[in-house]
Design a protein around this ligand. Sequence first.
Ligand code: PLP
Length: 392
Amino acid sequence: NISLSNRVKAVKPSPTLAITARAAAMRAAGTDIIGLGAGEPDFDTPDHIKAAAVKAIDNGFTKYTAVDGIPSLKKAVAEKFKRDNGLDYDLKQILVSSGGKQSFYNLAQALLNPGDEVIIPAPYWVSYPDMVLLADGVPVIVEAGQSQNFKITPAQLRAAITDKTRLFVINSPSNPTGVAYNLDELKALGEVLQDYPDILIATDDMYEHILWNKGEFVNILNARPDFYSRTIVLNGVSKAYSMTGWRIGYCAGPAELIKAMGVIQSQSTSNPTSISQVAAEEAINGDQSCIDIMMVEFKKRHDYVVAELNTIDGIECLPTDGTFYVFPNIEKLLPKLDGISDDLQFSEYLIEKAGVALVPGSAFGCPGHIRISIATSMSNLENALSRIKQAI
Ligand code: PLP
């Protein structure tokens, strides 16, 4: 009977990690489960990246480093921002953390006071609202459903702003919907934000490199370079280089904020793993062809899965701009199914009866949908779709 903190009681464990764990446990118990829940590429980390890490170990690079990241990695990150995004940062404006998740956690901890509001468009990455709650902040959810292609409008943004709004979060291309805002859409949101100069903007560019539909990747700073001093750009190596287990994320923004986030990190985890930092440096500086190889494969799977889902009566699946997720709407399917009235029950039914594990849209603040990860082999996807059709 341990009395836990109100803080921890206000949040829930990550539902996406939970579904992956459940699928793994069922598999271990002998059940044939196809996992479409994973938020990570199914490719191996490229060899040249692994080799850099092995060399780091052999060289004894296995001790504490600077809390905010080794200078050579921070330099690589600065060069990456210049090269890919046209953004100039000096090393004081960059923080390397143990994953993109820690970057956002540090941000919430360093920025928010009790009651401060954070505007989060839904569908959202599952962790934003909970990390805001852990910082005693208030998530303000703005819903963008399928009818608006899962993107919020300027009017919605304006309506959500109050005198307590501290931060606006934008994730494009998006987990879970795969859609990306284009330059004009970002400019339109920028017109609202320009009226509220005290609101900070967090752009989570984690899926920057997994994008096929919109030409060049753009973020809010490309649309509004004048927001430079109020924007923090979050990114990392997890998704682009298939390095989820290495735990390296990075961000850049106003030096004062980055420094405060570094203080949070110094009193929680200290530096990210020394070996992983060397690997991340190689990932960012080295051969980039691994990205294209993954992209071609993801696009092929995307085309297949979207087309197949749309052949199922009652399922509507929009094509995405990138990422390795698709986010079909099942609202017209539900009334056809006996005893199943929402996406949670449908997902439960699929894992129990079809042996297919995926994440209900409710986990992302968007009921009536499911998230399917296409980060698995084509044969697994074919198999999963035929099982889903049969179960329906
Ligand atoms: N941001 C988004 C939108 C994500 O989907 C994820 C991972 O699922 C992250 C950030 C964090 O990634 P990591 O902590 O593995 O670097």
